[in-house]
Write a protein that binds this ligand. Sequence first.
Ligand code: HEC
Ligand code: HEC
Length: 295
Amino acid sequence: MNDMSNFWSWWIIVIVAIIIFGSFIVLHLTRKMEDNGEETTGHVYDGIEEYNNPLPLWWLNMFYLTLAFGIGYLFLYPGLGAYKGYLEWSKESNYQEEVAEAEAKYGPLFAQYLNQPIPALIENEQAMDMGKRIFLNVCAACHGSDAAGAPGFPNLTDDIWLYGGSPEKITETLVNGRNGMMTAFGEQLNEEQITQLTSYVVSLSGRQAPEQEVAEGGKLFAQNCVACHGADAKGNQALGAPNLTDNDWLYGRSRKVIARTIRNGRQGNMPAHQEILGDAKLHLVAAYVYSLSNK
Ligand code: HEC
Ligand code: HEC
């Protein structure tokens, strides 16, 4: 610990000690044990005098008890500056204990499931329950509790995959994460060209678009887009480049959204989960995702 925080730590300790000790002194000096019945404080309001009677004993004792509790608490638990408390309790150690308990309870079960291939695991109801619970805790915030996704977050319940839906590809996605890299074309192409490309993209899944724009857009597509989306525009799972012919949209089907993707690019990010989950939970949740489109 450096000098500065050491100073503030003692600063807090001294102030707390003064407050506790001070409360004790004040309580002790102002307490009055005997009731002599007649004594008044000397205050008179509208002819009514104020008696100076002692505090009830139980009331006084509550004050002492509160002080004793405070001292005991500060001795056992962190509270006095940087002092960790006699029990060295912390949220961290508390959490670690709970984790260790859960490991002891579920560890053997996890180990058993880890050795089973994903296609076999999806037949196991208990394993799928566990996988679902992990999904709800860790993945649902982005993919939705029904795994149906949202704009920018892929639907995991259908047969359409950015990176592939085999057990191996799903596992790979979870272990390393994924970064979609759709280049921004707003600098190199003008708005007219972006409109033409949009018309071409829209036409790929069978929608109406001005013929002239579709023709010009097709040429631009061949020059700028086929490297990733493929000459047939059916995408490339090695890059996570979506199929543009299937009328299934990661970001949205409107011309406006498509034009925005071409102009600004997109960088969808799926975080790596190996360290967050560990092997066994990762395997279970991968199996759960696989089960969503294979049951
Ligand atoms: C912070 C948000 C976030 C979290 C949390 C998250 N994902 Fe994702 N996930 C994404 C995004 C965004 C993509 C799409 C990446 C891209 O656009 O290239 C994605 C892609 C995927 C894919 C690839 C889908 C495909 O079509 O190939 C799978 C599988 C997947 N996620 C499963 C999971 C699972 C299982 C979890 C929980 C363990 C999880 N994700 C947690 C945001 C998230
Ligand atoms: C460097 C590779 C690359 C190039 C070049 C590229 N794209 Fe993409 N494109 C991607 C990737 C990867 C995604 C998915 C982005 C994500 O996951 O966030 C994507 C997404 C899209 C989408 C969104 C699809 C949806 O389902 O919402 C459209 C539309 C699109 N690209 C059109 C184009 C057009 C038109 C061009 C040429 C002007 C082009 N792309 C060039 C890689 C590329």
